[in-house]
Design a binder for this molecule. Structure first.
Ligand SMILES: Nc1ncnc2c1ncn2[C@@H]1O[C@H](COP(=O)(O)OP(=O)(O)OP(=O)(O)O)[C@@H](O)[C@H]1O
Ligand SMILES: [Mg+2]
Length: 464
C-alpha cells in the first residue's frame, strides 16, 4: 500500500488509522510452498514511503529469514529425535544389563542347585546311618524306657534333617518328589509361623487366627513353601514394618487361608503379572520373580485356588482355598513293634558308605532277615551269583559301577532277581530313572528311610 489515505476506511485497521500509517510493505515468509509467516514494515505519516528497491530488499530478507526459520525448526526436530533415540538406547542398555544380571543370577542358582543336590546326597547318607542305628537300638532294647526316649528324640532330629534337605532343594528350586497325604493344615501354618517369627524383623508384627482342624489332602513341605512365599512377599512389601496377619478357617467345602499385610500394595499393572514366572519388581538378587508362579503351581496341584486383592499404599490380601478332605484321619507313624518280621530270608545290601551299610545291616537284621553286605557293584554281582539272595538293596550312586549298571548286570544273569534301589539322590525318586530299568526293579526308596518303609519294600519285593 503506497497511500492509505486514498483507500476505503473500512479496509484499514483501527491502529493504522490511529497511528496515521500511510504506507505499508509486506513480504510472505515462504518455505516449500507454504507461508510460514510475514514481514511487515510500515511508515507513519509518509505516503509512498517504499520504492521497488525496498520491496526487493525486503523480499530478499524474507527469503533468507524463511530459510533460517525452517532450519531452526528442523534443528529442533532433530534434537527431539536425538533425545528420543538416546532415551531408547539407554532403556535398551538397561534392559540388557538387567538380562545379563538375571542370567548370571540364574547361573548362580543353577550351580547352587547342583551343590544342593550333592549336599543332599551326603546328608541323606549320614542321616541314614544315624537312623539305621537308632532304630536298631530302639528295637533291640524295646523294654528300656530311657533308651526309647533317646532314640525317639534321635528319630525326630533325623526327620527334621530330612525336611531340611527338602527345603534346601526347594530353595535352590530343584524338583522334589511330593507326597500327597491327608493332613491338618493347621500344623503347616503353625510350622510356617514358627519359621517366620524366628526370621522376620521385629518391626513386622505377626498376628494369627487359625481354627482347627483344617483337614485337607496335601504335601506338607510344598504347602509350607506356599505360605512361606506369601509371607516373604508380605514382609518385603513392608520395609518400614507393619502387620502381617495369617487367618484360617474351614467351611463346608473349603479350607480358606488369608495372608494379609499393611504394605506398599500393588497397582493394576503389577497385579496383572504377579503369577507370571520371572515377573518381579525387586532388584536383581533380591527376587527371582518365581515365588508366586511356584506358589500358583503348587496350589493348582492341590486342586486349590488363589486370589488377591490389593490397594497401592494400603496393603495386600492373598486368599488361598483348598477342598476339605472328606475322610480325614490323623496318620500316626507305625511303631517298630508292629512290624511283621522276616523269616530269615537272605538280603544283600550294597552301599559304598560303610556307616550306611552298618546302620542298614543292624536295622534289617533286627527284623528277622539274614543280611550280607558288600561295598561295590562288582562285589554285588559276584555275591549274587554265589549266594542268590532273596532281595538286593542297592545304592544308586557308587564309584566305579553305579546302581543302574549293577542292577542291569544282575538281572541279565537272573531275570527273576528282586532289586530295590535305595538312594540319596532325589532324581532317582523322580522321572530321571531309565524306564526299562524301572520296570525290572521291585522298588525305589529314598534315604533316610525308616525300618517300616524298608520292611514294606522288602516284603513287596518278596511277594512280587
Ligand atoms: N504382598 C505383596 N505386596 C506387594 N507386592 C507384592 C506382594 N506379593 C507379591 N508382590 C509383587 O509381585 C511380584 C512377584 O512376586 P514373586 O513372589 O513371584 O517374586 P519376587 O518376590 O519378586 O521374587 P522371589 O519370590 O523369587 O524372591 C513381586 O516382585 C511384587 O512386586
Ligand atoms: Mg516372592
Amino acid at each position: 500500500m503506497s497511500d492509505t489515505s486514498r483507500m476505503d476506511e473500512a479496509q484499514l485497521s483501527d491502529s493504522m488509522q490511529q497511528m496515521n500509517i500511510r504506507s505499508v510493505m509486506c513480504v510472505p515468509l515462504k518455505c516449500k510452498g507454504e507461508v510460514r509467516g510475514v514481514i511487515y514494515v510500515d511508515s507513519i505519516g509518509l505516503p509512498g514511503g517504499f520504492g521497488k528497491d525496498d520491496l526487493q530488499s525486503l523480499t530478499g530478507l524474507g527469503n533468507t529469514a524463511a530459510i533460517a526459520i525452517e532450519n531452526a525448526r528442523l534443528y529442533s526436530d532433530l534434537e527431539k529425535l536425538v533425545e528420543r533415540r538416546t532415551a531408547q538406547l539407554r532403556k535398551a542398555q538397561k534392559n540388557q544389563q538387567r538380562l545379563q544380571k538375571q542370567l548370571s543370577h540364574a547361573q548362580k542358582m543353577e550351580s547352587l542347585g547342583r551343590l544342593a543336590g550333592g549336599v543332599a546326597h551326603n546328608f541323606r547318607n549320614i542321616l541314614q546311618a544315624i537312623l539305621g542305628n537308632a532304630q536298631f537300638l530302639q528295637m533291640t532294647y524295646s523294654q528300656d524306657g530311657q533308651l526309647q526316649k533317646i532314640t525317639r528324640a534321635i528319630n525326630e532330629s533325623v526327620a527334621k534333617g530330612s525336611d531340611f534337605i527338602y527345603s534346601l532343594l526347594r530353595f535352590s528350586r530343584q524338583e522334589v518328589e511330593k507326597e500327597i497325604l491327608p493332613l491338618d493344615l493347621k500344623s503347616v501354618l503353625d510350622e510356617t509361623y514358627k519359621i517366620i517369627s524366628n526370621t522376620f524383623d521385629k518391626s513386622i508384627k505377626i498376628a494369627t487366627k487359625i481354627e482347627k482342624p483344617l483337614p485337607i489332602k496335601g504335601d506338607r513341605l510344598s504347602l509350607c513353601q506356599v505360605f512361606i512365599n506369601l509371607c516373604d512377599n508380605a514382609r518385603d512389601s513392608m520395609p518400614d514394618g507393619g502387620e502381617l496377619r495369617i487367618e484360617a478357617k474351614k467351611d463346608k467345602k473349603a479350607v480358606v487361608v488369608t495372608i494379609s499385610d499393611t504394605g506398599c500394595g500393588m497397582d493394576e499393572e503389577t497385579l496383572k503379572n504377579i503369577f507370571d514366572p520371572f515377573f518381579t519388581t525387586k532388584d536383581v538378587g533380591e527376587g527371582t520373580g518365581l515365588g508366586l508362579s511356584i506358589t500358583h503351581g503348587i496350589i493348582k496341584e492341590h486342586k486349590g485356588k488363589i486370589s488377591v486383592s490389593s490397594q497401592p499404599g494400603k496393603g495386600t490380601l492373598f486368599r488361598v482355598a483348598f477342598p476339605v478332605a472328606e475322610k480325614y484321619e490323623q496318620i500316626k507313624p507305625e511303631s517298630p513293634q508292629r512290624i511283621r518280621h522276616g523269616k530269615g530270608e537272605k538280603i544283600l545290601i550294597v552301599d559304598d558308605e560303610p556307616a550306611v551299610l552298618e546302620g542298614l545291616e543292624n536295622m534289617i537284621k533286627s527284623i528277622g532277615y539274614e543280611v550280607d553286605s558288600v561295598s561295590s557293584g562288582s562285589q554285588a554281582i559276584e555275591h549274587y551269583k554265589m549266594h542268590k539272595p532273596d532281595v538286593v538293596l542297592l545304592d544308586w550312586k557308587m564309584p566305579h559301577m553305579d546302581g543302574a549298571t549293577c542292577a542291569k548286570k544282575i538281572i541279565e544273569n537272573d531275570p527273576a532277581a528282586r532289586i530295590v534301589i535305595i538312594s540319596g539322590y532325589q532324581e532317582t525318586a523322580t522321572s530321571k530313572i531309565d524306564a526299562g530299568l524301572k520296570k525290572t526293579i521291585k522298588g525305589l526308596i529314598l534315604k533316610p528311610c525308616k525300618v517300616e518303609k524298608l520292611n514294606k519294600a522288602i516284603l513287596e519285593a518278596l511277594n512280587s
